[in-house]
Design a protein around this ligand. Structure first.
Ligand code: MG
Length: 338
């Protein structure tokens, strides 16, 4: 009986919970932590030459994850999506706050695995917890991560500064996460085992492009910048809306992984899904024609591939030019065929 009680959070209590699970998330050696977890608020030092970036993301059980999802991967992803937002601003992430709402019947093993994911990701990217909040929840688990980063004064990469004639670039490959989700949900069958693992891995463990974001900001090489979370066309639309411009996207140039390429060869209609599916967490950015060469140099330096996929044009629409020349236009609320 005692053993059974000890396996849920209700039996642990709030302060032992913080001591056992959250305080170990502190990383030593992260700059700027004057006072971290354990006081009423964190005290963080922002150097005079830098500006503070702050972003928050929510993960809600039943919406973003299910009770049976791997809590280790959830911990990793909770940080990674926030790291990606800091990367999209050209910043170096340093600190995070964690707020969780957990039902008392949550197995403590779940929290052990969840915090193991947070810890692993924090160590890899050099970010430390600086505070948090733990509360009970009547039903379902909720996770909020607030991430802070630093960027040089006036160097933050924003969405609203794309210019007509800018080339549109994207890092890595597009569509893997949405195809991974389709595979996992049973919507794609007969997929090679290695491809399935690769695509689901891209869904579970997106790679925040921190080094590339920092390189672009330091060199002032990019203009409109966003990370691809809503989908390639939608996020390009966000840049266009913020900049008051339009865009032409060349479908045939969109970089695909080998796994995605194999699936598209089998079923070309999947391209629509690749254009609109989200969660790739690659950087999408526009580059003045004169800075294109510099972007390729930076790409080589940080080891993150980039591909040119289109151009910023006058107007207010994202025009999608398919490989076969068919033109599609995405307007607010849906597709319009020419
Ligand atoms: Mg974002």
């Amino acid at each position: 009986m005692k053993e059974e009680i000890a396996t849920t959070l209700a039996s642990v209590g709030e302060f032992p919970l913080i001591r056992e699970f959250f305080q170990p998330l502190r990383l030593e050696g992260v700059a700027g932590v004057v006072a971290g977890i354990g006081d009423d608020a964190a005290v963080l030092a922002v150097p005079r030459t830098q500006q503070l970036l702050a972003t928050v993301d929510a993960l809600i059980e039943g919406i973003h994850f299910s009770a049976t999802d791997d809590p280790f991967l959830l911990g990793e992803k909770a940080l990674r999506v926030n790291l990606s937002d800091i990367a999209a601003m050209g910043g170096r992430p340093n600190w995070y706050l964690l707020s969780v709402g957990l039902p008392g019947e949550t197995p403590s093993q779940w929290l052990t695995e969840f915090t193991r994911g947070l810890r692993g990701c924090g160590e890899r990217f050099g970010v430390t917890i600086v505070g948090g909040n733990t509360t009970g929840s009547p039903s379902g688990r909720t996770i909020h991560v607030t991430m802070f980063g630093l960027v040089g004064q006036g160097r933050a990469l924003t969405r609203g500064v794309a210019e007509v004639g800018d080339r549109i670039f994207v890092t890595g490959t597009i569509g893997d996460a949405t195809l991974g989700l389709a595979v996992r949900q049973g919507g794609l069958i007969g997929v090679d085992e290695a491809d399935r693992r690769y695509l689901e891995g891209r869904l579970d463990l997106p790679e925040p492009r921190v080094d590339m974001g920092v390189a672009l900001a330091d060199a002032a090489a990019a203009r409109g910048v966003i990370d691809v979370s809503d989908g390639l066309v939608a996020d390009l639309g966000h840049i266009c809306t913020a900049s008051g411009k339009g865009a032409r996207l060349d479908v045939g140039r969109i970089p695909l992984s080998e796994a995605a390429r194999r699936l598209v060869l089998r079923d070309p209609a999947l391209m629509r899904r690749i254009l609109t599916g989200g969660e790739d967490y690659e950087l999408l950015f526009t580059v003045a024609p004169g800075a294109v060469e510099m972007v390729h140099t930076l790409s080589g330096r940080v080891g993150v591939p980039v591909t040119e996929i289109g151009e910023i044009v006058a107007g207010a629409e994202v025009e999608v030019v398919a490989a076969d020349g068919e033109r599609l236009v995405l307007e607010q609320g849906g597709w319009r065929h020419f």
